[in-house]
Design a protein around this ligand. Sequence first.
Ligand code: MG
Length: 182
Amino acid sequence: MPTTNDQRPTTGPSTRIGYGFDSHEFQPGIPLKIGGVALAHDKGLGGHSDGDVLLHAITDALLGAVAAPDIGALFPPSDPKWKGADSAVFLREALKRVRDAGYGVANMDASLILAAPKIGPHAAAIRTRVAQLLGVHADCVGLKAKTPEGLNLENAAVAHVVVLLEKVATSKNTRKKKAKRS
Ligand code: MG
């Protein structure tokens, strides 16, 4: 898989913002995973991979922040390879591209919109898992859940995510740049 190394800017903004959106339909008889956490429910989210709507939106926010191709371009739903895949795979690739571009995650914030199940009792576990995947402290992962009042979205889950990236000047990046110049 190609990386963004060749396009890595030598200078660039000290911060970058990324926004991601995703939605999936509930379907009976499949497991529900949100933010990398399995939730007990009578329906799961269908579609691409394991249907983890939150990890998909986070992945797109990370990719968008460094102007990389989006999740659908990198991991096409038409490719059977990604059927039932753990969405953490997508997030890790997005994070790699962020790091290759010379950035790290400062914080992220998410809004989930779904009628059920209630997210409140699982919010701490989801924030902890997402923080672990992003390599940040759980205090840097915001999560709100709302019911879809007036939206007629009783059978869907929607996620909106913003991420803030900070430029990092690691010795590894410096070495890579020196090697590229020589
Ligand atoms: Mg998706």
